[in-house]
Every structure is written in structure tokens, then in C-alpha cells.
Design a protein. Sequence first.
Length: 304
Amino acid sequence: ELLSLILHKSKISTLNLDYYPSYGLQKALQNLAEPGSPVNYNIGNTAAGFIAQNLAGSGLKNLTITNAFLEDKVLSSLSQALESSQIQSLNFAGTVLPAEGMKDLAEVLPRSNIRHLILTGSSIRDEHIQYLAAHLADSKIETFEIGYNDISTIGATLLANIIPNTRIKKLGLDGNSMSEQGKSIIVRALAHHEVNYLNLDETRFESTLGTNLAALISSSVCKLQVLSLIRAVFEPEAKKKIFEALRQSVLIELNVMDCELSSEDAGILAEVLPVCKLKILNVSQNYDFKDEDIQRIAKAMGDG
């Protein structure tokens, strides 16, 4: 009754369903499910299936279904319903998505209004990427987040080949599930693309990826404006290359929160900041910084 009210009789444009639900919601959805099915399975498929049947004609523009498991037929049904819906943002973070269902979702993307697709931690593999790569260029997708998934260099190469032909502006590659080589392949492909926001949180930067990211942000044709590196782990030389590359970059925001930065790193930043375009720099939770390190960075930001 609540979902029916939201979909048909309210002016609500955003619906978030996180499947660590209250006991009451668990019981309500259980009553709709087939007897004997596991609780988490019920919740994900029952609610998503109901939404698929009732999405047409609703005013929903933002749909979030997180931390669930969707079977093929439910994801396929939901995908078909998206074609005639107003949904612009689709968030499946933490929801396990089967490959066959992903094939149907990918095929619908060019005919849908979806501009923001969040697949963080959705058990995405190369097979999923193969389906997505076939249709991303014809879609309206501007935000594409695929961090914390099991994508090999094969899948990374597929993405690197297609992303320059898409409308993607915000790209999420956070987490260490994808190898350094895979991320390097994609980062190199961004040099001549319109991506202006790149999320590489919790990434390990060894020599190759550090060199490629430094080359990207110092490129004269790079459009990247926001770079997030929260809890990233750096080899010293990779970190130095990235910070030095800020001199030539058009970045206006850099987040290096909780990256175990040292006083030496503070010194490099203090030299670079007055001559770069950064307006926002987050260096919080770098506990090796001393008070004088923060003061040097603050003064350098003020001089820039």
C-alpha cells in the first residue's frame, strides 16, 4: 500500500529502498512473497517486481535499490519498465545484479531517460561490462560509478575503448577490486574526453598508475576538475608525480583525506599550490601532519 501510494498518488520524485530494512517492512514484504523464500531474497525481488509493474505513470525520477539481490527476471522486468518512466537516476549500489538481467538493462539505456547509473559493489564482471559497453555510447549516461567490482583488464579495456564516445562526465573507479593495470588503461583513455570528476578512492598507486594519472591531470587537453583520492595508498614516487602535476592541471578540487600524507608531502603541496588552480583541498585525517604543515598549506592556498 505504501509503495502504491508513493508511485501513483504522491508527488515524491525520489525513492530509496535499502534492504537492511526495519522488521515491520520485512514482515510486510514477506507477506507478498512466495512462501519459503529467504527473507533478503523476498525483500529485493518483491519490492523491485512491484515497482516494475507500477513504474509507468509515476512521477519517480530517482530510484535507489541497494544491498539486495535481484534475480534475472525481476531485473529484466524493471529494465523494461524504465523505458517508459521518468527515472533519471538509478542506484544499485551493493545490489547483486545477474549478468542476463544486465543485458536487458543495457539494451534499454539508449531509450531511457537515465543519466546517472550507480553500480558500485554490484558484483559487476567482464560479462556485465560487455553488455554495457555495447550501449553506453548511445545512452544519456553522465554519471557512471562502477567501483568495488570484479572487473579484469579485459573489462577495463572495453570501458577504455567506449568511454571517449560517451557523455560520461563523472566516473567512479574507487576501490582496489580492479587492478592497477586496469585502472591505468582507463585513465589513459580519459585524456581526450570530457570527464570532469574522477573518483579513485581507496586505490593503490604504484609506479604505472601514478605516472598515468600525473600525465592525465597535467595534459593541456584534460577537462578533469574534481579528483577524489580518499584513503588512497601511494608509492612515494607516484605521489610526488601526482602532486607535481598539479602545476599544469585545471583541477579545482582535490580530496586526499586519510592518505597518510607526511611533512614532506606538505612541503610539495606548499610549493605547488600558489601556481595551480585548486580552490578546494581536503587534507583532513592525515594524522602525520604537524600544526606547521597545516599552516604551510593554508598559507600556500591563500597565496594561490
